[in-house]
Write a protein that binds this ligand. Structure first.
Ligand code: 1SD
Ligand code: ZN
Length: 261
């Protein structure tokens, strides 16, 4: 599994712009969300369908950048409401995490990061597939969920942890059963909203971001499994897969909305 980009380049994630022009543009993600500056705006509630099980056809893989769950099930999980324009299909979810509890998330809240962040990636049904959608404004909708570390296992997260031993090396997808709905924070209608980009190359500025302020809890044992069991290969070197998060990007006068009930 080879890739043209990594989190390990000498210039870090800043070097992405030398190969992907978009990574240099002005509406990039992630950002630090300053809650006191966010504009109050009550969005309608979200509507999630077929999120509750990934029973048939979900596959989990170590893609060398993260652990990603592909949702090939039918009917496909869909997302609408929440101020989104139309219906979005969920295609995959994945995680960004650090090597210690002090960092790991991509987005920040009021200058603070979290040890881990999950992204559920959707594309608009206006477009035939995700590759086309990511070239369009609002073509993608990503839900971002922070995780915090406690000493109690999150039983819903065990579906991922159980698979880690078979995901050690990049490639080699395997079947997985998770209840996606139960991985979300309890109140999924309280969120921040802004327009940004993919946080990995090609950094396309096509994403409607929904960032949940309420973190989901996992145990330190669980996050340590993620920090120790997966390998990535860069420049011929095998290293443990950690610190797979992009640095903060400038907000550049973008509006951040706050929909808190
Ligand atoms: O990092 C993911 C990347 O793996 C890919 O899934 C892309 C969507 O095609 O999304 C980015 S991210 O912006 O969700 N981090
Ligand atoms: Zn992501």
């Amino acid at each position: 599994l080879t890739s043209s980009w990594s989190y390990l380049e000498p210039g870090g994630t800043i070097d992405w712009s030398s190969k992907n022009n978009t990574c240099d543009e002005t509406f990039q993600s992630p950002i630090d969300i300053i809650t006191s500056e966010a504009i109050d705006k009550r969005f309608p509630p979200f509507h999630m369908e077929h999120y509750s099980t990934t029973a048939d056809g979900a596959r989990i893989v170590n893609n060398g950048h993260t652990v990603e769950v592909h949702l090939n099930q039918s009917p496909a999980p869909t997302l609408s409401g929440g101020g989104l324009d139309g219906i979005y299909t969920a295609v995959q979810f994945h995680f960004h995490w650090g090597s210690s509890d002090n960092y790991g998330s991509e987005h920040f809240l009021d200058g603070n990061s979290f040890p881990m962040e999950m992204h559920i990636v959707h594309y608009s049904q206006k477009y035939p597939n995700i590759s086309e959608a990511l070239t369009k404004k609002n073509g993608l909708a990503v839900l971002a969920i922070f995780f915090e570390v406690t000493n109690c296992n999150n039983t819903e997260f065990q579906c991922i942890i159980k698979k880690l031993p078979s995901l050690r090396n990049p490639g080699f997808p395997t079947r997985v059963y998770c209840n996606l709905l139960k991985l979300l924070p309890k109140n999924f209608d309280d969120f921040f909203r802004y327009s940004g980009s993919l946080t990995t190359p090609p950094c396309s500025e096509s994403v409607v971001w929904t960032v949940y302020p309420k973190a989901v809890k996992i145990s330190s044992w669980q996050i340590n499994q993620l920090r120790t069991q997966l390998i990535r290969i860069y420049d011929g070197d095998r290293t443990v897969l950690v610190n797979n998060f992009r640095g903060l990007q400038s907000r550049n006068n973008r509006r951040i909305y706050k929909s808190i009930i």
